[in-house]
Ligand binder design. Structure first.
Ligand code: HEC
Length: 727
C-alpha cells in the first residue's frame, strides 16, 4: 500500500524528532474538516500512524503503534499529581475479571469488561452512550484458562472491533453499538478463547486467541476490517503431519519450523499450543507486524514432544510482513518450553543508542514470563542484550545469542523442581510502559514460584487443564498453617524501572504482593500503576518516589490510559477482581480481607471531587455445611481430582479468592444429590459452571465433595494462615 508507506515515512520523521527530545509534532490530521456527524470515530491509518502527535486521544491498546504507553500530555505532572481526584466512575456490573485499557476517540471512551461486553461512554462525564453484549453462552467459561476477561477494543474508520471469549470477532457501529459483522475465527469444537485486544493496521484487524492450557494450535489472523474475511493467517506450530496449511506460515515451517519438532508426542493431537493471546505491534519503519507467542501444550515437553527439540514458534517473538503475513524473523525466548513461559508479554518498539558509537538503533523490548528482559533488533530479530529482571533459578545465564543456559533439574520429571518464575511469570499480561525521554521501561514484575513435577496421569482431554505437570503432587490432604505461611511469604510484586541500554534496573518499588497493574508513563514525568490491593498510585518517573495514591476499592490490574478534552487532562483505569492469579491462586494468595468485586471505570482529573461508592455484597457465612466424611483413600482421590479440575476456578485447596464461590462454604456440599446436580448434571451451566460428567466418575465427584468438606473443617490450617494478612 503505497499511501501508507508514504505516511509511514512522515510518522518516522516525527518519531525521530521526538526521540531526540524535541516537542511532539503538531497534529498532522485536521479533524475540523470532517463533521463529527458523518465521521464518527473515524480513526484512519493516518491518525494511527500519527497517534504520538495527538496525545489528547488514546487511539489503540498500547496508545501508539510502538505500544510505549507513554503519553506526551503534560498538564498532570510531578508538581501537581497529588491534586488528582475522581472525576467520574462507571459501574461495569461484573464481578469477574476486568483487564481492559480504555480507548478514547473524539470525546468517547470505548471499554470492555468480562464476557467481552463493550461500553461506549462520554469521556468527560462517564455517561453511558451504548452497551453491546455479544451474548456469550456462559458454558464457554470452562475454556477460559484465566477468567472470562477482555483487554479492550480497536477503533478504525467508524467501527469498534472486539474479540469475543467464544472465538468470534465482531465489528460494531461506533456511534450506535449495532453489530456490523460477526465472524467465527476459531474451531469452536476446540477450547479456544479470545481475551486480547485487536489491533488494526492498513485495513486489517489483527487478532490471535488463547487456549494452550487445554490443547489448541495457535495462530494470528488478519481479517478484512470491512467484512471480517480472513486475509492471512500465521500458524505458530506446524500442522500435525508437517504438511502445508495453505497459510502465510507455510514457508516459515518449511525453512525453519518443521525441523524443530519431533514426529511423536501429544502435540500432534493437542495442537501444541503457541497461542498469540496478547502482544501485537506494528513496526511502520519496516512495515512489519511483530507478535508474541505463548507456551507449549501440554506444558511438559517430554509429553508434548519427546524429541526435546526447540519447538518453534513456541515462546517466541515473531515478525511477519504486514501485507501478506510472510515470515521475516523470529527470536525464541524459551526453546523447548516446559514451564508455560509465554513470550506474549508487552512488546515495545523504540530507538535506543545501542548502535555503533551510540547511534540510535530501532529495537523491540520484552520482559516475558521467563524472567529475562530482552532487547532485540526490530529489523532482524538479532539479540542485542538481555538480563534477568527478577530472580530466576532455571538457567545460569544467556549465551551471546540470547539462548538460555538451562540447569538440568528444570527439566522436571518425577522429582519436583521448585522453580522461579513459575507459570504465572516474572511478568504477565499487565502492560509494561516505556518513557523515551527518561529511557526507562516500567515492568509490573512479580515472584510467584511453582513446584513443577511430571503428572503420571496425564491424558489428552481438552475439557480441563492439560499441562502434563501435577499441581497436587506431594500435597498432603491437610496442610499445616506453616506451609501456607511459607507459600505466601514467597509471593512478591514490584514495579521495576529498567534501563534497557545499561541492561539493569534503575529503581524498584516493592508492593504488598504480586499481580499488580499495567503501567502508564507520561511526559509530565509520572508513572501510574494500579495494584491488586485496590490502590492506584503515581510515581516519579526518574526516581520511583511515590507521589500520590488513591483507594479505588477493587483490584486495579489493567493498563491505565490518559487523554485531554477542552484543556483538561484525565487519567483513567478499569478496576475489578478476577483473572488468572486470583482464580488459580485463590484466597491463598489474595490480600486479606478480600475486597469485594465489582468492575468499574474510574477516571481522575486535577481537583476531581467525586467519591467511589462502597460495594455492599453480603458475605457468605463461613461455616461447614456437612460433617466430615470419607476414607483416607477417598480424600486422596478428592484432592487430586480437585487439583486437576477445580483449582483453576475455585482456588487451590478449595480456598477461593472471592471471585467464584468458595466451595468450602457452599450449601451444595450438604447433600450428595445437590452436589452431583451441579458438578455432573450441569444445573448451574447457565451461569458458567459446566458439567464434569465427561471427565469425572460419580465416585470421583463424591470424593471431591469429601475433600472440600474436609477443608471446611480444617480451620487451623488454611484459615489461620490466611488471616495472617496479605502476602
Ligand atoms: C471454568 C471455571 C470453573 C471450573 C473449572 C469449575 N467451576 Fe464450579 N463454578 C464455576 C462458576 C462460574 C460457578 C457459578 C458462579 C456463580 O455463582 O456465579 C461455579 C459454581 C460451582 C458450585 C456452586 C457453588 C455455590 O454455592 O453456588 C459448585 C458446587 C461448583 N462450582 C463445584 C465445582 C467443582 C467440584 C469443580 C471441579 C470438578 C468446579 N466447580 C470447577 C466455574 C468453575
Amino acid at each position: 500500500m503505497k499511501t501508507l508507506r508514504l505516511s509511514a515515512a512522515a510518522a518516522v520523521a516525527s518519531l525521530i524528532l521526538t526521540a531526540c527530545g524535541g516537542p511532539p509534532g503538531t497534529p498532522q490530521v485536521d479533524l475540523s474538516e470532517t463533521s463529527p456527524e458523518e465521521a464518527f470515530a473515524n480513526v484512519t491509518d493516518e491518525r494511527l500512524l500519527n497517534a504520538r502527535a495527538t496525545p489528547e486521544e488514546w487511539l489503540s491498546y498500547g496508545g501508539t503503534y510502538d505500544e510505549q504507553r507513554h503519553s506526551y500530555l503534560t498538564r498532570i505532572s510531578t508538581e501537581n499529581v497529588a491534586d488528582l481526584g475522581v472525576a467520574w466512575t462507571y459501574d461495569l456490573a461484573t464481578s469477574r475479571g476486568v483487564e481492559s485499557t480504555p480507548i478514547v476517540v473524539d470525546g468517547v471512551m470505548y471499554v470492555t469488561s468480562a464476557w467481552s461486553i463493550v461500553y461506549a461512554l462520554d469521556a468527560v462525564t462517564g455517561e453511558e452512550l451504548w452497551v453491546h453484549d455479544p451474548d456469550v453462552d456462559r458454558a464457554v467459561g470452562v475454556n477460559a484458562c484465566c477468567d472470562v476477561v477482555n483487554r479492550g477494543v480497536a477503533v478504525y474508520e467508524g467501527k469498534i472491533y472486539v474479540g469475543v471469549i467464544d472465538g468470534r470477532v465482531q465489528a460494531l457501529d461506533a456511534k450506535t453499538g449495532e453489530l456490523i459483522w460477526d465472524v467465527v475465527t476459531v474451531d469452536q469444537t476446540r477450547p479456544y478463547t479470545i481475551t486480547g485486544a485487536p489491533r488494526v493496521v492498513d485495513g486489517k484487524v489483527l487478532i490471535g486467541n488463547g487456549g494452550a492450557e487445554l490443547g489448541v494450535r495457535g495462530y494470528l489472523n488478519a481479517l478484512d476490517a470491512d467484512t471480517g474475511q480472513l486475509i492471512w493467517r500465521f500458524y505458530t506450530v506446524p500442522s500435525p503431519d508437517k504438511t502445508p496449511d495453505g497459510a502465510a506460515s507455510d514457508s516459515a515451517f518449511e525453512t525453519v519450523g518443521n525441523v524443530t519438532w519431533g514426529d511423536t508426542g501429544a502435540w500432534k493431537t493437542d495442537g501444541g499450543g503457541g497461542t498469540v493471546w496478547d502482544s501485537i505491534v506494528y513496526d511502520e519503519v519496516n512495515d512489519t507486524v511483530i507478535f508474541g507467542v505463548g507456551n507449549g501444550s501440554p506444558w511438559n515437553q517430554t509429553m508434548r514432544d519427546p524429541s526435546g527439540l526447540d519447538n518453534l514458534f513456541l515462546s517466541s517473538i515473531v515478525a511477519v510482513d504486514a501485507d501478506t503475513g510472510a515470515y521475516k524473523w523470529h527470536f525464541q525466548t524459551t526453546p523447548g518450553d516446559n514451564w508455560d513461559y509465554t513470550a506474549t508479554q508487552t512488546i515495545i518498539l523504540a530507538e535506543l543508542p545501542l548502535g555503533e558509537n551510540g547511534a540510535l538503533r530501532r529495537v523491540a523490548m520484552q520482559a516475558p514470563k521467563n524472567g529475562y528482559f530482552y532487547v532485540i533488533d526490530a529489523a532482524t530479530g538479532e539479540f542485542i542484550q538481555g538480563a534477568g529482571y527478577v530472580p530466576q533459578n532455571w538457567t545460569t545465564g544467556l549465551t551471546p545469542e540470547g539462548r538460555p543456559i538451562e540447569v538440568p533439574e528444570a527439566r522436571y520429571a518425577e522429582i519436583p523442581y521448585l522453580q522461579t518464575p513459575g507459570p504465572l511469570g516474572g511478568h504477565n499480561w499487565h502492560p509494561m510502559a516505556f518513557n523515551p525521554d527518561v529511557g526507562l521501561a516500567y515492568i509490573p514484575a512479580q515472584e510467584i514460584p511453582q513446584a513443577y513435577v511430571e503428572d503420571p496421569r496425564f491424558q489428552e482431554d481438552s475439557t480441563k487443564w492439560n499441562t502434563g505437570a501435577d499441581f497436587a503432587a506431594g500435597v498432603p490432604p491437610v496442610i499445616p498453617s506453616e506451609v501456607f505461611k511459607f507459600l505466601r511469604s514467597g509471593l512478591k510484586g514490584r514495579l521495576i524501572a529498567w534501563d534497557p541500554v545499561a541492561n539493569e534496573p534503575r529503581w524498584t518499588v516493592e508492593h504488598e504482593g504480586p499481580w499488580n497493574g499495567g503501567v502508564l508513563s507520561t511526559a509530565g514525568g509520572v508513572v501510574f500503576q494500579g495494584k491488586l490491593n485496590g490502590e492506584f498510585a503515581a510515581y516519579d518517573a526518574a526516581t520511583g518516589e511515590e507521589l500520590w495514591v488513591h483507594d479505588v476499592k477493587s483490584g486495579a490490574a489493567s493498563g491505565p490510559g490518559t487523554y485531554e478534552i477542552d484543556g483538561e487532562q484525565y487519567v483513567t483505569i478499569t478496576t475489578g477482581w478476577g483473572s488468572a492469579y486470583l482464580l488459580s491462586a485463590g484466597g491463598v494468595a489474595a490480600p486479606q480481607p478480600v475486597p469485594p468485586a465489582v468492575g468499574k471505570v474510574v477516571t481522575f482529573k486535577l481537583g476531581g471531587d467525586q467519591v467511589i461508592a462502597d460495594i455492599d455484597i453480603p458475605m457468605v457465612e463461613p461455616t461447614p455445611k456437612a460433617e466430615e466424611f470419607g476414607t483416607d483413600e477417598q480424600l486422596a482421590i478428592g484432592l487430586v481430582q480437585y487439583a486437576r479440575n477445580c483449582t483453576v476456578c475455585h482456588g487451590p485447596f478449595a480456598v477461593s479468592s472471592g471471585v467464584l464461590p468458595d466451595l468450602r462454604w457452599s450449601a451444595y456440599t450438604a447433600s450428595a444429590e445437590a452436589w452431583k446436580g451441579v458438578v455432573a448434571d450441569g444445573n448451574l451451566q447457565s451461569i458458567g459452571m459446566v458439567s464434569f460428567a465427561d471427565v469425572l466418575s460419580t465416585d470421583e465427584i463424591e470424593a471431591i465433595r469429601a475433600y472440600v468438606v474436609q477443608q471446611a473443617h480444617n480451620p487451623d490450617g488454611i484459615n489461620e494462615a490466611i488471616e495472617g494478612g496479605a502476602p
